[in-house]
Design a protein around this ligand. Sequence first.
Ligand code: SF4
Length: 392
Amino acid sequence: MTLVTPAPSTRTGHWMSDPGFGVYVHIPFCKHRCHYCDFNTYEGQDELHDRYVEALVGEIARWEGPVAPATSVFFGGGTPTLLTSRQLGRILAAVEQRLGIPPDAEITIEANPETIDGPHLEGLLEAGFGRISIGVQSLVPRVLLGLGRTHPPRRALDAIAAARAAGFTDINADLIYGSPWETAADWVTSLEGVIASGVDHVSAYALTVEEGTPLHTLIRTKRVRDVDPDVQAERHGVADDLLGAAGFARYEVSNWAQPGRASRHNVLYWSAGNYLGFGAGAHAHLDGRRWWSTRLPRDFIDAVGSSASTEEGSEVLHEDQRAGEALMLGLRLVSGVHLGAFRDRFGTAPLEARAPIFVTLAEAGLLERADGRLRLSERGTLLANEALCELL
Ligand code: SF4
């Protein structure tokens, strides 16, 4: 497969009235479970890898719904790079065969530092992956240990350098801030380290404490102090300052990119676009219908093997719900939602129905209107989740 990097014009990070068609592929395996993780992933299931790949290929091949070329493909997890590049290439080839992948599609794979080396990275490029998202999380040993990550900081920086040396021109570093183990100086160390590594994109998320995780237990039993939203807001500001000074522009609440390097796949989600999801626990959305697959890898394999449906649940959004959700998602983008394009897609009624909420949010200093766009203010960005829920 010969692929080129998507044109910068499609990767501005702006809300898109026609966001394309995405494909998400879920690989639900990890070497070790991090203390904060509540994703659909499992450790110690290496013996399932081959069968899971077969099931995924089968699931993609038997897709009978609408077909459109995938303008972005995202392999997430879990840790996709626990699979070999040959296995991952087979899955990607199945997507190409069933749906088609245009030459300028954005094709991303998530990777953890300890699972990639030169030959694996070269294999991924050869298979057709053009963008890699590396789980750095922190560059401070004490913070990584607290989070339950198994790689040392050096390994993450080596992974970024190896990806660049192999030929990846589109590299993201994932970071987590505001954990109980992190000081303000630690956060600066992590940011400066990833900036110096020369990545093209940074995703930095405030640590959230999910029920049922070891982190939740540690906090509930007072062995570790809770996360502090004020501290996290400060750290978000520090990220904005340091990344901004290094030429990154924030295009979404938690995402910064060098010019023309915003993630097209992420923008598709925030533009309420259509995407298929393949694999255990994967979610999909087509024109207001959402559905998700059975979560356990074994159940997924068995379902595909017996030609049964993998769908575990679904919901259909009515027109106004779709519009409300599109607004809520789109306002996470820094440039906000283009009102003219929004009206073309959803009509004027959803905006009129929410006019009083817009006024309340604007009076509270959370929302602003300028240049035909509706967007969150700086303060609104920090309170994004609370502010945006009002729009549903
Ligand atoms: S690597 Fe990611 S998906 Fe895997 S356990 Fe850690 S946080 Fe979860």
